[in-house]
Design a protein around this ligand. Structure first.
Ligand code: ADP
Length: 496
């Protein structure tokens, strides 16, 4: 394989499915890869996915995947000439980007100062306001006095949403319905944000009722070219985090789509953006949309964009980091067909989607046409409480939205997961739901349809007696007894 002109050996400062995803593109480009792993991750696929592997010694994140010095040392020791941060972890940490560049390594991502600017929800809001991009009405001043903050909240009008300025992953967010709830919401959001981000500054925003989360994939190179790869709809969320994503956004008027992608490009050209990014918008029921935040990295849900546009976004990231021009112009980028992705988590939909770590006795996603499965784990691995419990992502493409959904539903039905409680059956019911099928997506979808989506609910006693009944019939297997309880409806159906 002919070597790419620039980066020859890339270290991936991450874990799980995204490390494997980046390795796959590097292989196709003839770039060697270095993967890193913490000792409790030594049996996971990512640990051995690359050409070289470096153990990050330590027992907690600050000693392993979040340790800048150890990652730089791993790059030096393995002879890597570049670092890809993946998503999460240090991917939006300006200090990390700067340290990588200072160590004379290529950082596969935007310059540190752009990360710092857009990573701060307050700064990026101000910037958007200064260039005429609408932001959600809110207050991001420095007031600490509760009287003053209460005045600001009244100006905005209840309900308001309290958010962490340094936020991410839905942490530090509180909905406040009236003035009397404000003080306690500020206090708990402040301590959650301080613990999660080491930064307890807060922002107040008007809480939009039943909005949609629609985001635009952007890409810029170092030659001043700023492109977009259209939008993704990510409204199906729990705990403010996405679990189903798709492209194009269903039932989005063409005019709104055009305005949204144009707005995203206005932002990236104004800040001189470089690399892959996502401009997130929140759209109210009247179709007005507002800037929410910008993520200066590759997004978990990037496969749906790849499936409808036909481009490899990791390849583009590497090309841009090598100083190359983006390979196409805007008119070459089209939305072809439809793609939908689901995030398969070890979590309990019956218990407010709390993580459900444990040993994944068996995991086997199917190999099907037009289906992508990006896996962070294999059978026998432990889904640890120390990390995000996403087991895998499954995405399907179809000429129509219906075809894509049907293919994804079929793929989920053929995915075998046992040993940990998981959301596989829940995701299938989302895909089956008539409102989802009709494209009626909004961020309250799961709360609104909770009853229907949790319909196969059995109490622990019922599960025990069903399992006993199954044993009496003499054909129980370890698979059956270790299946998630949300799976019981399928194998007990014949007993009723
Ligand atoms: P984070 O950075 O923690 O992911 P975001 O600002 O991106 O936070 O918001 C995450 C989700 O929270 C959004 O997708 C949306 O569902 C909800 N959200 C955020 N801001 C608002 C708002 N002003 N009104 C209603 N929902 C909101």
């Amino acid at each position: 394989m002919k070597k790419n002109g620039g980066i020859k050996r890339l270290l991936i400062a991450n874990r799980g499915e995204i490390t494997c995803r980046i390795v796959a593109t590097c292989r196709a480009m003839g770039i060697e890869t270095v993967t890193v792993f913490a000792s409790d991750d030594k049996d996971l696929p990512h640990a051995r996915a690359g050409d070289f592997a470096v153990l990050l010694e330590g027992t907690n994140l600050s000693e392993t995947y979040l340790n800048i010095q150890k990652l730089l040392a791993a790059a030096r020791a393995s002879g890597a000439d570049a670092i890809h941060p993946g998503y999460g972890f240090l991917s939006e940490n300006a200090r990390f980007a700067e340290a990588v560049t200072k160590a004379r390594l290529i950082f596969v991502g935007p310059p540190a100062k752009v990360i710092a600017l857009m990573g701060d929800k307050g700064e990026s809001r101000k910037l958007c306001q200064s260039i005429g991009v609408p932001t959600v009405p809110g207050y991001d001043g420095a007031a600490k006095d509760i009287k003053q903050i209460t005045k600001e909240a009244e100006k905005i009008g209840y309900p308001v949403l309290v958010k962490a300025l340094a936020g991410g992953g839905g942490k530090g967010m509180r909905i406040v319905e009236s003035a009397k709830e404000l003080a306690s919401a500020l206090e708990s959001a402040c301590s959650e944000a301080g613990n999660a981000f080491g930064d307890d500054r807060l922002l107040l925003e008007k809480y939009l009722v039943r909005p949609r989360h629609i985001e635009v994939q952007v890409f810029s190179d170092t030659h001043g070219n700023h492109l977009h790869l259209f939008e993704r709809e990510c409204s199906i969320q729990r705990r403010y985090q996405k679990i189903v994503e798709e492209s194009p956004a269903p039932e989005l008027p063409e005019k709104t789509r055009e305005k949204m992608v144009k707005t995203a490009i206005t932002i990236t050209s104004h800040i001189g953006y470089v690399g892959a990014g996502t401009v997130e918008f929140i759209m109210d029921s009247t179709g007005e949309f507002y800037f929410l935040e910008m993520n200066t990295r590759l997004q978990v849900e990037h496969p749906v964009t790849e499936m409808v546009t036909g481009f490899d976004l990791v390849q583009w990231q590497i090309d841009v980091a090598n100083g190359k021009k983006l390979p196409v112009t805007q008119k070459d980028i089209k939305q072809n067909g439809h793609a939908v992705e689901v995030r398969l988590y070890a979590e309990d939909p019956d218990k407010e989607f709390l993580p459900a770590p444990g040993t994944l006795h068996a995991f086997s996603p199917p190999h099907l046409p037009h289906v992508r499965s990006e896996n962070g784990y294999k059978s026998g691995n432990v889904v640890s409480a120390s990390y995000d419990p996403m087991i895998a992502k499954l995405a399907a493409w179809g000429l129509t939205r219906e075809e894509a959904i049907n293919r994804l539903h079929n793929a989920l039905s053929q995915t075998h997961v046992s040993g940990v409680i998981n959301n596989r059956a829940f995701l299938m019911r989302v895909l089956e739901h008539e409102d989802f099928r009709a494209g009626k997506t909004s961020t309250d979808f799961i709360a609104k349809h909770k009853k229907a989506l949790l319909e196969a609910h059995y109490s622990d006693d019922e599960i025990a007696s069903l399992a006993a009944a199954y044993l009496l019939f003499g054909s129980a297997t370890t698979q059956a007894t270790t299946e998630s309880k949300t799976e019981y409806s399928a194998w007990t159906a014949g007993l009723r």
